[in-house]
Design a protein around this ligand. Structure first.
Ligand SMILES: NC(=O)c1ccc[n+]([C@@H]2O[C@H](COP(=O)([O-])OP(=O)(O)OC[C@H]3O[C@@H](n4cnc5c(N)ncnc54)[C@H](OP(=O)(O)O)[C@@H]3O)[C@@H](O)[C@H]2O)c1
Ligand SMILES: *[C@@H]1O[C@H](CO)[C@@H](O)[C@H](O)[C@H]1NC(C)=O
Ligand SMILES: *[C@@H]1O[C@H](CO)[C@@H](O)[C@H](O)[C@H]1NC(C)=O
Ligand SMILES: *[C@@H]1O[C@H](CO)[C@@H](O)[C@H](O)[C@H]1NC(C)=O
Ligand SMILES: *[C@@H]1O[C@H](CO)[C@@H](O)[C@H](O)[C@H]1NC(C)=O
Length: 342
């Protein structure tokens, strides 16, 4: 049986994982493109990777917009969403209207941050949702050209808020089976460190990941473009970053109701290794800032703060970063004028 996979948001992350899923047995991977439609429809994606070499990923179908994907009448097993999560700009769950076979399709969200699942659970109650976090480093350097830099790890879990681990209703069982199959497909596509997690463990992975992103990324922008290595080598910034990470990692267990696993790296260990690692690469929030694009501020900073507040908790260090950077973005955009907001 063919597994039909649709990638919505075929940029760096979507096209990279799509290209790996496409080499797993019995898969057909299609994409909805936007600004890269012309390039991809003519020549597919050209991927370079230190791990997988150079290859072309020719999608099974390349759609110019969601309407074409609906008109294809393909019944999707997985719809993988890897747009940037910008709830302050657009509700991308809207793209999936009319695309889902609610008894068959699983939505797979491959996006950073917290609360990215909410728009999908509200719009599509009862549809299986898999939540995924990745540490891959990849970029679309020109339309249809994907440069995989390093790392491949992706952590996937069924999104089952308000249920216990042992829940065995039919829809939960479907989510759990779907989670296992999707991870097996990624592994068959050569992603050896694709791992399946339970709902609650995956949310812990999300919090741990934002400890890094919510400290490093806004600080890189607010310190006018300092690299992670340079920040962690500066004693005052080291203290600042460690303070933010500790704030996030001490809040997470109170919100989630369970301690974080002891195998998660501590802030000091993360910063020590950042000090030694001269990757020179800029976090995507800094790249977005430099290119005048909207940053993923709400899912990386705003949502964690609001989720904590709903539990009666404040995160003052994170709140300061959020308030300052949000206003910096607002001032930048009003200076540019409404026309270039999107
Ligand atoms: N890149 C990384 O190394 C990395 C690592 C870890 C996590 N992540 C996370 O992965 C997610 C995706 O990031 P990314 O780097 O892959 O971003 P990206 O390269 O900008 O890709 C996003 C893609 O989504 C497309 N898109 C957005 N809205 C769309 C719409 N309405 N219809 C059709 N296509 C649409 C964009 O098209 P346009 O080009 O037309 O805008 C773009 O091709 C983010 O949450 C990010 O934080 C990224
Ligand atoms: C997802 O699959 C993995 C095994 O691949 C399993 O350990 C995990 O518990 C599953 N998720 C849930 C909610 O059971
Ligand atoms: C981090 O580096 C400092 C200074 O080199 C060292 O004292 C400390 O033990 C290291 N901590 C961890 C967790 O690696
Ligand atoms: C530095 O990055 C490389 C990947 O390029 C990784 O394998 C290595 O573990 C990192 N080193 C440290 C000290 O974190
Ligand atoms: C999150 O952090 C990683 C590691 O520093 C970085 O590669 C990635 O670009 C960051 N994401 C954002 C949205 O800045």
């Amino acid at each position: 049986m063919t597994v039909n996979i649709l990638i919505v948001g075929a940029g760096a992350v979507g096209a990279f994982y799509g290209s790996r899923l496409a080499v797993a047995p019995n898969t057909e991977v299609s994409v909805i493109c936007r600004s890269n439609y012309k390039a991809v429809s003519e020549a597919g994606f050209s991927v370079t990777s230190p791990k997988y070499g150079s290859y072309t990923f020719a999608p099974h179908r390349t759609f110019a917009n969601p309407r074409e994907a609906i008109e294809s009448k393909i019944s999707w097993d997985y719809v993988l969403v890897s747009t940037k999560a910008l709830p302050d700009v657009s509700d991308d769950s809207e793209i999936l209207e009319g695309l889902l076979d609610t008894r068959r399709t699983s939505i797979v969200l491959v996006q950073n941050g917290l609360g990215v699942e909410d728009p999908y659970t509200s719009r599509f109650p009862g549809v299986t949702i898999l939540s995924a976090v990745t540490i891959v480093s990849a970029a679309q350097t020109e339309p249809g050209v994907i440069k995989h830099n390093r790392w491949t790890r992706i952590s996937v879990g069924p999104y089952l808020p308000g249920t216990t681990e042992e829940s065995t209703t039919k829809s939960h069982q479907q989510a759990i089976n779907s989670n296992q199959t999707f991870v097996e497909l990624l592994r068959a596509g050569g992603i050896a460190d694709a791992d399946a997690y339970s709902h609650s463990k995956l949310q812990m992975v999300r919090w741990h990941k934002i400890a890094i992103n919510a400290s490093m990324n806004p600080s890189a922008v607010l310190s006018s473009g300092t690299t992670n290595q340079a920040m962690s080598s500066d004693p005052e910034l080291f203290r600042h970053l460690q303070g933010v990470m500790e704030e996030v990692l001490s809040t997470a267990p109170k919100v989630l109701g369970t301690p974080l696993p002891s195998e998660f790296a501590t802030p000091e260990a993360i910063l020590n290794s950042t000090k030694k690692n001269n990757s020179g690469s800029k976090p995507s929030m800094l790249l977005d800032w430099e290119q005048g694009k909207r940053m993923e501020l709400e899912v990386i900073l705003g949502n964690p703060i609001r989720i904590a507040r709903a539990h009666g908790l404040e995160m003052p260090r994170l709140q300061s970063l959020y308030a300052l950077l949000r206003m910096a973005q607002q001032n930048r955009d009003s200076a540019k004028g409404e026309s270039s907001r999107l």
